[in-house]
Design a protein around this ligand. Structure first.
Ligand code: ADP
Ligand code: MG
Length: 247
């Protein structure tokens, strides 16, 4: 479980996240949605401890994030960003193994964990020998996910992980990830600005606007019991332009 207690973050005069109290359920997927600039990435960065809040505190499984426990808590969190964030000068496999090697996990443990992840991701093993620049966007994101899962963290944070992919790759990876999330039972927070994606993944959905939570609930709650007109407007703005028979 991830909890934010009165957490706020400003950059100079600009409030990126107004004082927010929010809980992300354990072993469930929460989609964090909202228009560009509403504070989604800021919220994720606060949870992973890349930035510090101006007020309030972030608790991960009841433990408040602070300077002394940051590294330890961070190892319990896998974090995937839009372009994958792989190191270009390391092979895919070296990227995946980097942290475990840094933490001096035994070589046998590392290779057996990589084999598990290769199976989980249905990844052709040869791909791990390649450099990120020699992988497709979809393959890079699979490698990023493997890297994030290497230490088998209970929490997985994903910041628009499909944002840079073409529609077919995107669709395939969405399907694949849904299967993987169901298998792994992790606490997942997935950032998106796409309502369909939020509906596809989210056991619950948190809608942000201009640094504050407009509504947190199920898709059904947002559709049938919108907390504000903005919820309705946001949903309507995302309607598909295709006729129903084509969907
Ligand atoms: P989102 O991920 O929803 O698109 P962000 O969380 O990245 O939004 O940004 C929220 C707001 O905070 C935006 O207005 C953005 O310009 C601002 N912001 C984010 N990071 C910084 C930063 N390092 N310095 C100044 N402003 C920032
Ligand atoms: Mg963002």
């Amino acid at each position: 479980m991830i909890t934010l207690e009165n957490v706020s973050k400003a950059y100079g005069q600009h409030v990126a996240l107004a004082s927010t109290t929010l809980a992300f359920a354990a072993r469930r997927t929460t989609a964090l949605i909202g228009p560009s600039g509403c504070g989604k990435s800021t919220l994720l960065r606060l949870i992973v401890g890349l930035i510090r809040p101006n007020s309030g505190r972030v608790l991960v499984d009841g433990e408040a994030l602070g300077r002394d426990n940051l590294n330890r808590v961070r190892h319990r969190i896998g974090y995937v960003i839009q372009d994958g964030g792989l190191f270009p000068h390391l092979t895919a496999g070296q990227n995946v193994m980097l942290l475990a090697r840094h933490l001096q996990r035994p070589a046998e443990w590392i290779s057996s964990r990589v084999r598990q992840l290769v199976d989980l991701m249905r990844m052709p093993a040869g791909l791990l020998e390649r450099f990120p620049g020699d992988l497709s966007g979809g393959q890079r994101q699979r490698v990023s996910l493997m890297r994030a899962l290497m230490l088998d963290p209970p929490i997985l944070l994903m910041d628009e992980p499909f944002g840079a992919l073409d529609p077919i790759t995107r669709f395939e990876l969405q399907e694949e990830l849904k299967r993987i999330f169901a298998e792994l039972h992790k606490t997942v927070v997935l950032v998106t600005h796409d309502m369909n994606e939020a509906a596809h993944f989210g056991d619950s959905i948190v809608l942000l606007r201009e640094g504050r939570v407009v509504q947190a609930g199920t898709l059904e709650d947002l559709l049938r019991r919108p907390a504000e007109d903005y919820v309705r407007d946001f949903v309507r703005a995302q309607r598909t332009t295709l006729p129903p028979e084509a969907q």
